[in-house]
Design a protein around this ligand. Sequence first.
Ligand code: SF4
Length: 302
Amino acid sequence: MSFQDEVKALKERGDIVLVAHNYQIGPIQDAADYAGDSFGLAKKVTELDVEYVVFCGVDFMAESALILNTDKTVIHPEPKARCPMAAMVDIDELREFKRKNPDTAVVSYVNTNVETKAESDVCCTSSNAVKVVKSLREHKVLFLPDRNLGDYITRFVKDKEITLWEGYCGTHDNITVKSIMELKDRYPDAEVLVHPECKPEVVDIADYVGSTAGMLKRAVESHAKRLIIGTEMEMGHRMRIQAPDKEFYFPDDPLCQNMKKITTDKVLRSLKELQPVVDIDKKLMERARKPLERMMEIGRGN
Ligand code: SF4
């Protein structure tokens, strides 16, 4: 039986949803009920009447899915699939910063662990980061953990004092101007789309900067026949399905090894055994939900 058929058979009981991040391998994305970005998936699950959620992504994504869906059991097929950037926040260092800077608002990217969210005033995604920071009453802001996304925000928010945490996503930070320009020399008509987790000098030469969902939309709608994409290369899977007439090039072949720790075997095992279950202390989860809810509140306003 193929992997897809096995997944279908295991889901026949009707109370399981399988969701996969855009950086998961193609067969897992294809077998999933929904594929997308981390926060979009966590929100999507809130609309579903299911008992079990098998979340294929890294640790903070499965945590966010549980924080927003405490009535469901969230299963993470490989708990060792952890985001190194989320792990770059030392919680004691963050608490010390807060103690010394009580007038500074702490804004954390959703790519953070539950402990970091619990210490934050508000969360943001790569698509609403600028709007969230602009909406704050406070003049001083600490943005964490991604210094590159933080730098991107400072381009649009000039009236605040923004301190950047020294974190970064190695997958995006390794994408170079040189590799992009080599492709541009070969394909001068190509459009350059990059994620704001890329270095500032990469953002400088892009035609479009946005989240994975934004990049996918742009790739489909663009008049360019060739696109140079600055994000994890598995993103090409959905781009090629949704824009089959276009060519996609990924400079420096960016791969997130942690995302790839979720394998088809582990997904099947999780669907069979409904394990390993994500378990977070209830009080910690309550505290981590508040900055997420505040972000959604800001998203609803104009
Ligand atoms: S691509 Fe970067 S931010 Fe995303 S999970 Fe991998 S290391 Fe973390």
